[in-house]
Design a protein around this ligand. Sequence first.
Ligand code: B1M
Length: 213
Amino acid sequence: MAIIEEISEFLQKGRAKNVKALVTQALEEGEDPKAILNEGLLSGMMIIGEKFKKDEVFVPDVLIAARAMNTGLAVLEPRLVEIGNEPVGKAVIGTVKGDLHDIGKNLVMMMLKGVGFEIHDLGVDVEPETFVDKAEEVGADIIGMSALLSTTMPNMGEVVEELKNRGLREKYIVMIGGAPVTEKFAREIGVDYYTPDAATCAEIAKKAVEERK
Ligand code: B1M
């Protein structure tokens, strides 16, 4: 099996040590860092994302695969910086004000990273102003919000209001998700996309950014 394929296979199994060793070896053997990224790490993560969507793997599998991806990325990053690899886009992500649930948000971040996004994690209990301030600071393409409580869902609308108040609503692709969130709610508060799971979120985010370019 080619070394890049092996990287993808070990990543899917969550074998961080093997992924690290193989990425190091691939670089030493002169493999293209972009091929290692796209055909090894990101393609492995995409496969896990698809399996997760179909309930063929579960949250812990995704978490260990993502850890393996991050281990490989850490080895690869200095080389990618050297050759100036551009991210697909930038996304600012957080769980809305009053809400401390972050497992789903973290999965969304991993999947977005997995399709090539630069991620800015705002954490949990995030004020509406903070989403907009950070997006402006880093030049984000996407503002992503997660909510797990029906009582905190309305705070997603507060972010949209904050964007409108600053005349910035059209500047960003706004995406929401979380167990109680629905398509209908997304339409009511005027965001661009609701997605039901992390893999779909990453898929749609990539498409949406590419369409805008
Ligand atoms: Co909380 N909790 N909790 N809790 N908790 C729920 C959400 C609840 C449904 C449990 C229940 O009553 N059956 C309920 C909410 C009811 C409601 O409002 N509808 C609830 C409650 C009431 C509470 C407290 C109020 C309990 C209390 O103190 N009385 C309290 C609130 C604290 C606060 O936030 N202020 C609370 C606290 C906690 C813990 C701290 C103990 C812990 C959170 C730990 C953590 O996140 N670090 C916790 C947990 C773990 C849960 C459950 C059991 C699991 C949530 C989870 O992580 N799911 C949950 C019950 C349940 O959902 N079955 C529950 C796994 C995760 C992968 O799924 O986050 O849905 P999820 O993410 C999915 C998708 O939704 C989507 O992608 C992910 C995977 O593909 N997605 C996005 C998520 N964000 C997205 C963003 C996107 C796109 C997709 O675009 C940007």
